[in-house]
Design a protein around this ligand. Structure first.
Ligand SMILES: [Zn+2]
Length: 126
């Protein structure tokens, strides 16, 4: 190797120059630059929740019919709708149960009234 100061030829393993005494740096090899790969951010895929096309809401008409005329209709519609329209199904079932309850109370009141009326003999002569 040659001295970087005076150009004198020295041995490969020499630490200092034999001519001028300058330090010989044998470790002149340049460190390879580490190629840094740019971190590629993973693309964020926002999956939109599939909205149900079926409009699920309480069916007022069915509820009215259930409550006024056919309490069993609410129960039937509950089993029909509970798969695809749970809200409407629960609403129909609720009104069906309410209607049944109201009708039961209604008939109890009628029964009590009839019973009271039957117990009273209008022909009783005080
Ligand atoms: Zn030298």
């Amino acid at each position: 190797m040659y001295c970087s100061s005076c150009g004198e030829k020295n041995e490969e393993n020499a630490q200092i120059c034999t001519n001028c005494g300058a330090a010989l740096s044998s470790s002149t090899h340049s460190e390879p630059e580490q190629s840094k790969e740019p971190i590629q951010p993973e693309p964020m895929q926002e999956e939109k929740s599939a909205q149900q096309p079926v409009q699920d809401k309480a069916n007022i008409g069915i509820n009215i019919i259930t409550f006024c005329f056919m309490p069993l209709l609410g129960i039937i519609m509950y089993f029909v709708w509970k798969g695809e329209k749970p809200i409407a199904a629960k609403s129909a079932l609720m009104w069906g149960l309410i209607a049944i309850g109201v009708w039961i109370v209604f008939y109890i009141i009628i029964g009590i009234f009839v019973g009271i009326a039957g117990s009273i003999d209008p022909t009783t002569d005080f």
